[in-house]
Design a protein around this ligand. Sequence first.
Ligand code: BMA
Length: 363
Amino acid sequence: MIGAALMMAACGPKAVVEKTLSEQLADRLQTLQQRGYMMGHQDDPFYGVTWDGTYVSAEPLDSSDVLRTVGDYPAVMGFDLGGIEMGDARNLDSVPFSRIHDELIAHCERGGIVTLSWHPRNPRTGGTAWDVTDSTVVRNVLPGGEQHDKFQTWMQRVGDFIADLKTSDGQPVPVIFRPWHENNGSWFWWGQKLCTDDEFRALWNMLQDYLRDERGFSNLLWSYSPNLDGGWTEERFLQRYPGNDRVTLIGEDAYQWGTEEDFKTALTADLDYLCDFAKRNDKLFAITECGLKNMPDSTWWTCVLKPIMDQYPISYFLLWRNYREEYFGPAPELPCAADFRQLYEAENTLFLNDIKDIKTNNK
Ligand code: BMA
């Protein structure tokens, strides 16, 4: 699906066609999608509903609420870089970056797939990513803006973290990279009402040009994921879409915050549009974040989410983190555990053991 990078062999008459790591990952995702959709979980190995492997110790506990519930790891693990831009030792959720580095590589080495998001601080006010008090932030980090130099340092720190993501044999780890997410909402400083469409695209391009071209990272598979909208039209979606040459996977973050009916209606409408867009444009599609906070409905996965997902070609869905007061995934102690086991048993839901025979290079 994705054009191969042509590389001439140093010697010999034949041209050797070699795919970049991100192209190989895209092929792997395509192949796996024939089997079903993968289950993903944010911050899976760091902490859970009843345990904490982050604050107590920087040492891995080899735990995971998904593993504890069904006996297998998620196929996809998500991690967040928020705080790396400040040079912090821990991310915005107190996970040491050294652990993020180690667990990300460990998951890749055990045959899993990894995705990185980034909730950078507000470079103008010093507040969090959610500080939307100033609508000139994006303009100011672009070239010529007051915060541009500072933001270059921030991008460099992201780049340095990515440069270190190598397996024990020195191979870079392929990563689904998902910056500037939920940009159609206005709760992040890069959101809909906080910058113009052109400013948003310039922000996307600046980061991508830096990481992809200047730093030369060909292991990043770029993912564009706005938030659940319920009313996508081609015109609306394309407003901020960075372009087919800049994106390999599209998706959206889809939480149920209101009623089940409203969620089902909105998600179905969105998947109708987005999956069609993905097909027409040769893109992968994923539900890049999702969940029902603290799971008041113990059959939500099999009665609400799964019946919808079953109707579409979806690469993966990623449940958000299991933090004590705010959890979106399963745990054996929760009433939703039985339902999650049913989800796990389904033929078309893929966990780590269902995907590890297909390697990134499809060997
Ligand atoms: C949000 C919440 C926050 C968290 C952030 C980054 O959705 O879970 O508590 O800090 O994601 O992980």
